[in-house]
Design a binder for this molecule. Sequence first.
Ligand code: ATP
Ligand code: MG
Length: 267
Amino acid sequence: MSTLHRVDPGTHVHLKEIEADGKKLHDDRDAAEEEFKKYRKKIADLQVRLYAEDQQKLLVVFQAMDAGGKDGTTRAVFEGVNPQGVRVVSFKQPSHRELAHDFLWRIHWAVPPKGMIHVFNRSQYEDVLVVRVEELLPKKVWEPRFEQINQFEKFLADTGTRILKFYLHITKDEQKERFQERIDIPEKNWKFSKQDIVKRGDWDEYRHAYEDVLSKCSTKHAPWFVIPSNQNWYRNWAISKIICKTLEDMDPQFPEPESGLDKVVID
Ligand code: ATP
Ligand code: MG
């Protein structure tokens, strides 16, 4: 499986030391864009097999600071994939009903069944990120969640789910530019909320919380990848490559046809 940008278990992640500019890591944007299209086509082809085989499951998690590109990545990478076999689940503020249950209840509900790819736009990790930074719950409640999440993901992996988790790494300057665009371009106004500025004020607290997530919850069975995401083209290239290689490794097969198909006559 691809090790590109993967956080090895036990690594202590310092995001300030990790490059967010993909263009500094890859000098040929045109070639990357061509490769991206090939990976995207392969993902679409392999998804057909995954769906037909109806045995394996793939869970893709996206987390990022606001304007990090979760929506754009989902759109770009899964364009061309049969929508029947992919489901995108966005986790918003929990409802009263969800809050009445344990924090993994709504997550478990949304994991992929056999044959499916599910994409999480935000995830169980919000429960150790926003909950921690905004002090929605005391430390004694959120701190054990790192281990609870690891155990939950291990259980999913043991029961046949491949898990890939992507942190879309952008700089604070890049976020500023993207927010400014959302304010300046009328078609993008809807993506902006004044609340985004409040969260931006807590950038360092969120960065620190993310560093804990990436350091404590990158495991062999559910690795985190820190993807340089200041340039969309690099981000799309890297993520599509990792997903493509993972699907290749899963190697889904069309099921055996019913016996005697060669003798079927259609009149
Ligand atoms: P996105 O930015 O992900 O594309 P959005 O910002 O447009 O989506 P919002 O409804 O504004 O959608 O964001 C969802 C909000 O719900 C985020 O602020 C997120 O931190 C919050 N949220 C998600 N999960 C939880 C949780 N478990 N507890 C508290 N807040 C949560
Ligand atoms: Mg938002």
